[in-house]
Design a protein around this ligand. Structure first.
Ligand code: TYD
Length: 153
């Protein structure tokens, strides 16, 4: 409940690491059949945040690795709408994972403070549902800074 007093209440920052949140795969609906094709829908309770931005990347050369950053606040769901995308993740506390996305009905939920790299097959289209509008200030692009955030200088 909101305090009636005008005093500024101290705020204890709670980082995602403290809550133990990590990346996780999500399975969406897959409607249709092979005679007409398929449709996948991401809506309502299946999305753990309000979608504020949608972006997609494509024509990424196979010898280019994208990502190589984390975010302070952004939460995202990454979907390989076409092709195969290998996503490697690392949380600030050192927990790591590898997620080969190769089905368009599968998403990878990525919490804040998740360092990630992405490698693409030649035909891959990465679709991202994001919790915030684009802000360069939300990026952590320095890997050493990222490690320091987890006390791993
Ligand atoms: P970036 O997120 O660094 O790409 P990736 O993680 O796929 O390697 O973004 C690449 C460039 O695109 C960077 O200059 C910022 C710009 N950009 C926007 O302007 N808006 C956006 O929503 C996104 C995702 C990127």
């Amino acid at each position: 409940m909101k305090s009636e007093s005008n005093a500024i209440e101290p705020v204890t920052p709670v980082t995602p690491e403290v809550s133990g949140e990590g990346p996780r795969l999500m399975q969406f609906s897959k409607l249709g059949d092979s005679s007409i094709g398929f449709i996948t829908v991401a809506e309502g309770e299946s999305i753990p945040f309000e979608i504020r931005r949608v972006y997609w990347t494509y024509y990424t050369p196979q010898d280019v690795q994208r990502g190589r950053h984390a975010h302070h606040h952004l939460r995202q769901i990454l979907i390989a709408a076409a092709g195969t995308i290998l996503i490697r993740t690392e949380m600030a506390d050192g927990r790591s994972g590898q997620y080969p996305l190769d089905t368009p009905w599968t998403g990878l939920y990525m919490p804040p403070h998740c360092w990630h790299t992405m490698d693409f097959s030649h035909n891959a289209v990465l679709l991202c549902l994001a919790s915030m509008e684009y802000s360069e200030n939300d990026y952590i692009r320095d890997y050493q800074e990222f490690r320091r955030m987890g006390g791993r200088a």
